[in-house]
Design a protein around this ligand. Structure first.
Ligand code: C2O
Ligand code: CU
Length: 459
């Protein structure tokens, strides 16, 4: 096949071996917890030296660790962040999954922080904010893919009280390609067209770490797909997984699953009922389509980590029998319906490919959708292109009502929804809160930077 990033997940051909780090224990990113309703964060986006797969690597990181620290908050909390940019390129911050104001120094993707500058952000969560797995990452149009691929991401957990588990872990999955000198490999034009996939898969910044656990425990795993473009089909064959919810959407009751598809940006909230033995934490692989010759080999299967469960206890039953009521927009008055299409066409003006929505690339000065504050709208997102694109809407919660040609019965809340090649999804969007201007985009971040983003103005 054609040599593009992500081909050949087997590590053969790389100048270093795997054994150097085999067995390094998975570290949970250090947590920062709110107190008295406030989480104050000093966040520095900077160059960082670390060791990956036994080699020196020069990556990007928030502070002294890859990934950044985990922010743990509760509904009603306020998050105050001072972000300092010590990178060479402009950056900013997006709290992916929070339904907070996009205005001013809130979750505003239009801000730009130059190298050497700082900014103070404030994110106020309402008392009834949904709980679940969010994350934070840069969102300055044009530098997003390089900065995430380089290592800028962290978990943001909005905690609940009703899930009994012996312990909890964060698993941030990312991928990276290092050059022979240990730098982050730049993207080629083909990478930009397909969405780059790194040769090394990482969990919490570690290549193939070891997870040790005790048989008979139920652990809660917060899994985040922070890969720039790679789809992850998360599975732990031989162990019992129960899906509590995805993104910020808790299901009405946990459901036993064998695997779960996480498009780039997607998250899963899992309970793992542990039985003795050694298992592989894997991505099973996913065919996300492609352009002619460049379609093969992406998002292939790979081992993410080794799980070693010791002790003689059998997996206990999950103690969460009660059904909870998830909000449901079906039955609400629909104030408007609109259709949105991902588009790719052969490039003009020397570019390889023009990417956008409805034939237009992102323009920071243009408002693409105007929505009345308070409205519930139905959006039909279609994908006539030959590859899948994950659709992400900021700020406003999205209930998926149809995917893969099937109507969904159970309320399904997502902030990233995969739109398969030649397919479509239908969603209901709740614009009742947080007026202001924000964006929707493809979460294959090379596509986003290439223009596959558009703006929404609510108010
Ligand atoms: Cu996680 Cu607009 O992105
Ligand atoms: Cu895309």
């Amino acid at each position: 096949g054609v040599a593009i990033g992500g081909v050949g997940l087997s590590q053969t051909g790389l100048p270093w071996g795997e054994s150097a780090t085999a067995g390094a224990r998975l570290a949970d990113p250090e947590a920062l917890r709110s107190s008295g309703g406030i989480l104050a964060v000093d966040l520095v986006a900077a160059h960082h030296r670390t060791s990956i797969a036994g080699r020196d690597a020069r990556v990007l990181a928030y502070g002294e660790s890859l990934p950044g620290r985990t922010w743990r908050v509760r509904p009603g909390d306020r998050i105050d962040v001072r972000l300092r940019n010590e990178l060479d390129t402009p950056t900013n911050l997006h709290t992916h999954g929070l339904a907070v104001s996009p205005r001013g120094n809130g979750d505003n993707p239009f801000l730009s922080i130059d190298p050497g500058e700082s900014i103070d952000y404030t994110f106020q969560l309402p008392e009834d904010h949904p709980t679940g797995v969010a994350w934070y990452h840069p969102h300055r149009h044009g530098t997003v893919a390089d900065q995430l691929f380089g290592g800028l991401y962290g978990a943001l957990i909005v905690e609940d009280d009703d899930v009994p588990a012996s312990s909890e872990r964060v698993l941030i999955i990312s991928d990276i390609t290092l050059t022979a000198s240990g730098d982050v490999a730049p993207a080629s034009q083909q990478d930009v067209m397909m969405g780059r996939e790194g040769r090394l898969l990482l969990v919490n910044g570690q290549h193939r770490p070891l997870i040790s656990a005790r048989a008979g425990d139920i652990e809660r795993w917060r899994v985040i797909n922070a890969c720039t473009s790679r789809y992850i089909t998360f599975a732990v064959p031989g162990q019992e997984l129960h899906l509590l919810g995805m993104d910020m959407g808790r299901a009405s009751a946990p459901r036993e699953i064998s695997d779960v598809l996480l498009p780039p940006g997607g998250r899963a909230d899992l309970l793992v009922a542990l039985s003795p033995g050694t298992a592989e934490v894997q991505t099973l692989g996913y065919d996300r389509g492609g352009m002619g010759m460049m379609g093969g080999g992406l998002s292939g299967s790979a081992v993410l980590a080794t799980l070693s469960v010791t002790g003689g206890n059998a997996a206990p039953p999950i103690g969460l029998a009660d059904e909870r009521d998830a909000p449901d927009l079906r039955g609400a008055t629909i104030a408007g319906r609109r259709e949105i299409a991902f588009t790719m066409s052969m490039g003009m003006r020397g570019r390889m490919m023009d990417m956008g929505f409805d034939g237009r690339a992102f323009d920071i000065d243009r408002i693409d959708q105007r929505v009345d504050a308070g409205a519930v709208e139905e959006w039909i997102i279609s994908n006539p292109t030959p590859m899948d694109h994950p659709f992400h809407l900021h700020v406003w919660p999205m209930q998926v009502i149809e995917a893969d040609g099937q109507a969904l019965d159970e309320p399904t809340w997502r902030d990233v929804v995969n739109v398969p090649a030649q397919g479509r999804v239908r969603v209901l969007v709740d614009f009742s809160r947080n007026p202001g201007r924000s964006v929707y985009h493809c979460h294959i971040l090379d596509h986003e930077d290439a223009g596959m983003m558009a703006s929404v103005e609510v108010g």
